[in-house]
Design a protein around this ligand. Sequence first.
Ligand code: HEM
Length: 421
Amino acid sequence: MSSDISHDQHGAPITAPVLDWTSDYDIFDPQYINDPYGIWAELRQTCPMAHTDRWGGSWLPTRYADVYAIAHDIEKFPSGNGISVVPLVDPASDGDSVPGNTPSPVLTSGVPPISADPPLHTWTRRLILPTMSPARVADYEVFTRDLCHRLVDDVLESGTGDAASEYAQQIPVRVIGHILGVPEDMSATFTEWVRDVLEFAHDVERRRNGISNIIHYLRGAIEARQAEPQDDFITELLNSEHDGEPIGTPVVMGMCALLLIAGIDTTWSSIGSTMWHLAAHPDDRRRLVAEPNLMPTAIEEFLRVYAPVTMARRLTEDKQYEGRPMKAGERILMNFPAANRDPEVFPDADRVILDRQQNRHLAFGTGIHRCAGSNLARMELRVAIEEWLARIPEFELIDPAAVTWAGGQVRGPRSIPVRIS
Ligand code: HEM
């Protein structure tokens, strides 16, 4: 967690190799980032609540039943004490701090609703939901489809492309920018800031810079709308009230930061994993092209099997969980991705079954913090896949070994070189 930690060529931290996944796991270990599935299967059998002292100490449940129960027990496992999987430099953004770090700009209200417990959670979530309703999302679909169409044009023109960095990564940042009312030419910059916050959370400097850049940008965007209101969500939030009072700039800032952070890396990772699967599994790809009516179940299956998000809860006092002594300050990693591959709940859990009928997956979490953007995320994933397959039904990985993955709080492919076949 120090800023002088060394990194490999993809930016992943180089830490001591893991010898025992039950008592010393590391979610930033390259093995965990590249292929965590075998590790989860083993842990589920031998130690379904693994522990590590790394990154401030945490617990890693791998069974669906445990992840589900912890997500619903908000008294014992609140979100207000910290939701990051590693200790943060920015106390107010996570209720957490690393002693000795220089102060950084803070989101004084955190990033509600995800970092909040009721009552702040309840009313801030209520302010977001209408913007993410099915009807509003249907409006954003026009913009999304046009965007995907343009991106596919570029791949068709050259015959090759990177399905992660030149396609998946380009979509959610522009869609959420469109909703918030931030210019499209800021997309690459936003993407870098969000990567600094999530993918490089373990790197104190990068994380601090990412948060500070987002705050600086949003401060300007909010001031501009206070001077001249626009037809966008930032303006809508500035005009919102709670208990008869304006909700205040710090809450607006925190909520906008959350939408940027939560809306970008997550969805791009899901689109990217799905693109990787379709490139590497021609049978599934051809079946989906031949039977487009499978799209709704296929989308749920891709969300299940490649769930990208692991959030955390943090204990403020010592607790017992099913006989395990959990210490104050430790985290519990909400391992939604591992829960989704629990064979107790999903028969043939590691296999992609495009027409899987029973699929109560936890990719979007569960309980009061269940993803507020799930309608939007599902639409983006569906439209991205539909637009690509409609015009590029046959494509393949140029070199399977060249595919790279990023992990930590959000896992997904960062590079998928493909050619039209
Ligand atoms: C495939 C894409 C996505 C996945 C897998 C995903 C996953 C999740 C998960 C697991 C949570 C629960 C976190 C917890 O329990 O602590 C969550 C919460 C949240 N997500 Fe998403 N998300 C996605 C896309 C989006 C998008 C596009 C947006 C909006 C722009 C969004 C906004 C939110 C918000 C606001 C919350 C907090 C809800 C609350 O605390 O009440 N997400 N997401």
